[in-house]
Write a protein that binds this ligand. Structure first.
Ligand SMILES: [Zn+2]
Ligand SMILES: [Zn+2]
Length: 257
């Protein structure tokens, strides 16, 4: 029996919706909210939309490459909002480092808030760039370096790699089957040649399937629990273990043998 795995799309387009928070962790320090934030933002940087798997293929958690970003920086609001869950956003280290203490508003422009502004209303993804369409998007793009060359490189890598892997997974089984038929009808060196090709093709298929798994939209090291109080209803509990719909809708289903 086969099932399907859901992997990242070659290009993740800015979502038409805001991030609607479903987690309500008990107050703590901001580092305590990581598990909640990972699910809440779909394992995706709230600003540049890079996924954990773009940054570190075999699990970004624990590497320090995904971080907690404070939309209201400590420099302007003091320590007051530092540990407020509503002020914590899941972000990649690149975005977090680039912004540092850049203010929320500057010269009439303000940073966009992924929980209040839908990215699709402000950005277009064109050639691995998040192109700003509004003044505030322009300020946000600069403040976080949304099109930093490293980020573009990662977006391009996924854009090229995933279609290649999907193609391998789709076409290789048929080619293998043909070759097996050919092999059963052949003798001697022809047969040996077929066997060698078969080994290579099977290894490629295996490799493609394994690599696709590293692009799972919910990563293998997703947390099972978070800091939220035990939900009374099953429905609420399930809702917390879902990534935002606007991202889930873009996932690609891949058959798993
Ligand atoms: Zn939670
Ligand atoms: Zn980022």
């Amino acid at each position: 029996m086969s099932s399907t795995a859901r992997v990242l799309p070659p290009e993740l387009h800015p979502g038409p919706d805001i991030i609607r928070r479903r987690h309500k962790p008990e107050p703590g320090t901001y580092g305590d909210y990581r598990e909640c934030l990972r699910w809440e933002f779909g394992f995706i940087c709230a600003f540049c939309l890079l996924h954990e798997a773009d940054i570190i293929k075999h699990g970004a958690e624990g590497t320090g490459m995904m971080w907690v970003e404070h939309l209201h920086p400590q420099s302007t609001t003091g320590k007051k909002r530092k540990h407020q869950y509503a002020n914590c956003y899941y972000s990649c280290r690149f975005c977090n480092n680039r912004r540092r203490n850049k203010p929320l508003t500057k010269g009439g422009q303000r940073l966009l808030d992924p929980c209040a502004d839908a990215w699709a209303n402000h950005f277009d993804l064109v050639n691995a760039r998040l192109n700003p369409r509004t003044d505030n998007a322009d300020y946000t793009e600069k403040a976080y370096g949304l099109n930093d060359p490293r980020k573009r490189k990662m977006r391009k890598h996924r854009r090229d790699r995933i279609p290649f892997l999907l193609d391998q997974v789709e076409t290789l089984p048929g080619i293998i089957l043909d070759l097996m038929q050919k092999m059963s009808a052949s003798r001697g060196t022809d047969r040996q040649k077929c066997m060698r090709h078969l080994r290579t093709l099977r290894a490629s298929l295996d490799q493609a399937r394994r690599e696709l798994q590293t692009w799972a939209i919910t990563p293998a090291d997703r947390p099972d629990s978070c800091r939220c109080r035990r939900a009374r209803s099953e429905k609420k509990r399930i809702a917390r273990r879902r990534i935002p719909k606007m991202y889930a809708d873009q996932a690609v289903a891949v058959p798993v043998p």
